[in-house]
Design a protein around this ligand. Structure first.
Ligand code: AMP
Ligand code: ZN
Length: 114
């Protein structure tokens, strides 16, 4: 989608600090980190949010979770634990309407989230 911030990041039109990339997804550090490690994993295909995931696109989401598990091992935070969050819509505080999973690590999380 031409006017989507994350589509522009994926296309390299807006700079980002890359964590990982493959054919289906792109991971990059969040510009406003909420934990010592905070990056986003997004599908390369423009999908608006979890609410827009279909049976057809669900395998991309599964792939993203496998990537997150692998990155957690490689970056050393799988052992202590971490959090994966996806905000959806206005009440969910989603600010960028392109599906993304926040990966937060490096500190103890609190519950419930705000
Ligand atoms: P959300 O509020 O769940 O939609 O998350 C959007 C996230 O994108 C926020 O955590 C922002 O800090 C982050 N963000 C916005 N613009 C950029 C950017 N140019 N590069 C990296 N992260 C960004
Ligand atoms: Zn997009």
């Amino acid at each position: 989608m031409s006017d989507c911030l994350f589509c522009k990041i994926i296309a390299g039109e807006i700079p980002s600090s890359k964590v990982y990339e493959d054919d289906l997804c792109y991971a990059f550090y969040d510009i406003a980190p909420q934990a010592p490690t905070h990056f986003l994993v997004v599908p390369k295909q423009h999908i608006q949010s979890v609410s827009a995931v279909t049976e057809e696109t669900a395998p991309i989401v599964g792939h993203i979770f496998a990537v997150i598990a692998r990155l957690a091992e490689e970056l050393g935070f799988a052992g202590p634990g971490y959090r994966v969050v996806s905000n959806i819509g206005e009440a969910g505080q989603q600010t960028v309407p392109h599906l993304h999973f926040h990966v937060l690590a490096g500190r103890d999380m609190t519950w419930p989230p705000g």
